[in-house]
Design a protein around this ligand. Structure first.
Ligand code: GDP
Length: 298
């Protein structure tokens, strides 16, 4: 995913190798190249500006370490700044102090929510939790069935509206699922909600109504990293319309240039908590900003 950015930065750093000291011109040239590398990777312009300014300031500053030569110092600064824009520390899930922890998923149709719901359920199961999946996406005809299939694949129970039992609307299903979880001693409830192809007011309202009904401990915004700059706009729209605590990036295995991953935290102020990088149920993990930065600079 970050191949181009990685290559670009590597060649930038190569030009600094062997230098005893960095002149103002060296720093300017390096900053320019980093700027181009980030823009080519589709990172949003305000984020690029902030990033380059921070690198420049630190490179000029007094951070002279005896252990590192100038080129290594620039790599370290860029690494630190990457970790920083990727959110700093790994942000872990917050569990409810009592009763089931409720995690609600929101995002556009096709973002990978339904797949992710099952991946998250499997991951939680491996952490010793007893998750319950909830099919509150009643918009897409096949969504309930898809969640049921995925639930079966990971061995996690799915709570879904049954024809004729009176719980036909997504808000009621979501509300009823919390009672069901309490009754059946499931300790984490993962609520999959409906998305549309684009942001629309009705979808936002439904997501907000579900949120109010289940009072989630964590709302996760699920976004396809492949949609590039649009990911940032969608992230902002969901932040305004529904609100969320963290972001899940999906399809990191694709050949997108990675700008979305690098822009979202900066623009929304919300951490990326999980990353999904493939179609297999195990292609999923906590998002570690430091590991991602190392991978970019590898
Ligand atoms: P939803 O509409 O948000 O519920 O999205 P789905 O879960 O149905 O996913 C949409 C498509 O993306 C499906 O074909 C998934 O198999 C695929 N998908 C989901 N996550 C990933 C991922 O991390 N990597 C890849 N390559 N495909 C994914």
């Amino acid at each position: 995913m970050f191949a181009t950015l990685s290559d670009r930065l590597a060649s930038t750093f190569k030009n600094l190798r062997g230098k005893g000291r960095l002149s103002e011109a060296d720093i300017d040239a390096t900053a320019r190249e980093i700027r181009i590398a980030l823009l080519e990777a589709d990172v949003a312009l305000p984020v690029v500006r902030e990033f380059v300014a921070a690198v420049k300031e630190r490179a000029r500053g007094e951070e002279v370490s005896q252990a590192l030569n100038p080129a290594q110092q620039v790599v370290k600064i860029v690494n630190d700044e990457l970790v920083n824009i990727l959110g700093g520390e790994t942000r872990r899930l917050r569990y409810a102090k009592s009763g089931p922890t409720v995690i609600m998923l929101a995002g556009l149709q096709g973002a990978g929510k339904t797949t992710l719901a099952a991946k998250l359920a499997l991951w939680l199961k491996e952490q010793g939790k007893q998750p319950l999946l909830v099919a509150a996406d009643l918009q897409r005809p096949n969504a309930v069935n898809q969640l049921q299939v995925n639930g079966e694949r990971v061995g996690v129970k799915v709570f879904a509206p049954e024809p004729g039992n009176g719980v036909g609307d997504p808000v009621s299903v979501a509300r009823a699922s919390i009672e069901e979880a309490k009754r059946t001693l499931h300790d984490v409830v993962i609520v999959d909600t409906a998305g549309r192809l684009g942001v629309d007011a009705e979808m936002m309202k439904q997501a907000a109504d579900i949120r109010d009904a289940v009072r989630p401990d964590e709302v996760l915004f699920v976004v396809d990293a492949m949609i590039g700059q649009d990911a940032v706009n969608t992230a902002q729209a969901f932040l305004d319309g529904v609100g969320y605590d963290g972001v899940v990036l999906t399809k990191l295995d694709g050949d997108a240039r990675g700008g979305a991953a690098l822009s979202i935290v900066s623009i929304t102020g919300k951490p990326v908590m999980f990353a999904s990088n493939g179609e297999k149920m195990t292609d999923f993990d906590l998002f570690h900003p430091d590991r991602m930065a190392s991978r970019i600079l590898d």
